[in-house]
Design a protein around this ligand. Structure first.
Ligand SMILES: Nc1nc2c(ncn2[C@@H]2O[C@H](COP(=O)(O)OP(=O)(O)OP(=O)(O)O)[C@@H](O)[C@H]2O)c(=O)[nH]1
Ligand SMILES: [Mg+2]
Length: 148
């Protein structure tokens, strides 16, 4: 029997690559479109605008939206020096949280290491290093989520 696909909510700053990640997972053509509001894609992915994390007054909206998810996915751009996630942010959701590093195709090893550290500090239990452009790192992630 197929294991049930995990419903995910993607959280990360603007331009982190959340929507692109959804497009890659859905096997859609990658097309830039700024996310303006919470969107449910393919019934399993809750995509959120980066502003909801960046503006502290909006963070409650992420908590509310996360109710429908099985897993919290914290998304960190490897080329981004800083992290928007407060320390132990993951523990504010009463759900498993994983981390996804994006843009590994344009980052060097030290940038990727730094992004992994940001996600560990945020409390991600498992971390996947991906590129939606060259498709690397998705095998493990999709297996974890019971996709395909
Ligand atoms: N090189 C590279 N570029 C990427 C990758 N993922 C996303 N991008 C680019 O990063 C930019 C922002 O990607 P989005 O997926 O729209 O970012 P987002 O996190 O959804 O941003 P908001 O909707 O504003 O919250 C786009 O120009 C993407 O093409 C990747 O893995 N590699
Ligand atoms: Mg988006």
């Amino acid at each position: 029997m197929d294991k049930k696909k995990k419903r995910i909510i993607l959280i990360g700053r603007s331009t982190a690559g959340k929507t692109t990640l959804c497009q890659y997972i859905s096997k859609e053509a990658l097309r830039y479109r700024k996310t303006q509001t919470v969107e449910v894609l393919n019934k399993t992915m809750i995509d959120t605008p980066g502003e909801y994390l960046e503006r502290t007054g909006y963070r409650g909206a992420l908590q509310v939206s996360s109710v429908d998810a099985d897993v919290i996915v914290l998304v960190q751009d490897a080329t981004e020096q800083d992290s928007m996630f407060p320390p132990a942010y993951a523990s504010s959701f009463a759900k498993p949280s994983i981390g996804v590093v994006t843009k590994s195709d344009i980052a060097d090893e030290s940038q990727i290491d730094r992004a992994v550290l940001h996600l560990k500090n945020a409390g991600a239990s498992k971390i996947f290093i991906t590129s939606s452009v060259d498709g690397s790192g998705f095998e493990d992630l999709l297996e974890y989520l019971n996709y395909d």
